[in-house]
Design a binder for this molecule. Sequence first.
Ligand SMILES: Nc1ncnc2c1ncn2[C@@H]1O[C@H](COP(=O)(O)OP(=O)(O)OP(=O)(O)O)[C@@H](O)[C@H]1O
Length: 252
Amino acid sequence: MMLTVNSVTRQFGGFRAVDGVSLQLADKEILGIAGTNGAGKSTLFAAIAGQQPADEGSIQFEGHDITRMAPYRRARLGLVRTFQVPREFKSLTVHENLMVAAPNPAGERLFNGILSTRSLRNHEVELARKADGILQFLNLARVRDVKAGGLSGGQKKLVELGRVLMLDPRCILLDEPFAGVNPVLIEEICERVRQLNAQGIAFIVIEHHLQALKALSNRMIVMDRGRILAEGDPHSVLDDPRVQEAYMGGVV
Ligand SMILES: Nc1ncnc2c1ncn2[C@@H]1O[C@H](COP(=O)(O)OP(=O)(O)OP(=O)(O)O)[C@@H](O)[C@H]1O
């Protein structure tokens, strides 16, 4: 298993936002997570990626116990999550947004006292090329020098994906990649995810857009009030009466 989450709980002042959740992610899998508002999906992501470490339980990623590891160290192991393009980065161009997402070796090398201006410059050139390659792949080359704040919702989602691709991930946690995205771009985002998956990157995707999530996922989990309500192949999970009930009896 690439990722194993064992009985993870995350509390906020005694309230269990995530309540004893266990799940596994196999190599090259795309796992979809749906659930009602406040079900604990984002908190679960934050526990896996490290922004809100688990209070109870444990998490293993590729043989490492990462339960209490800092987020940047998890990212170095290849476990990353997307964030909405931060407000302060909206005035940066698309290319700059990718550049600032890369880890900063200058700081580390300065610390180790082995930095030369030339190696730093070479590194920058390398990073700029890498960012351009990713922008090509994501069909964003033509907006390379556009400020991120001026992009459409779907393009912003692609920039979020581009930013995590700068980190050479093995597993990407995608937070609501279809929110505020038009149907054409939803299909394009799915296609890019499938291509990356075919190259060996595993995904966990949180999403409210159930039909798109169903089409993208190999397997699905539905959460409700901090717990896993149903798990399995997307079709049977969405047909599960408990899931229908959680979505207030509506047709999912
Ligand atoms: N920092 C926090 N402090 C206090 N309560 C929090 C905090 N973060 C989340 N919660 C609470 O935990 C519960 C789960 O929130 P979470 O954002 O994980 O749900 P979600 O499933 O991602 O919801 P949505 O689909 O609406 O984004 C909610 O009741 C929320 O109010």
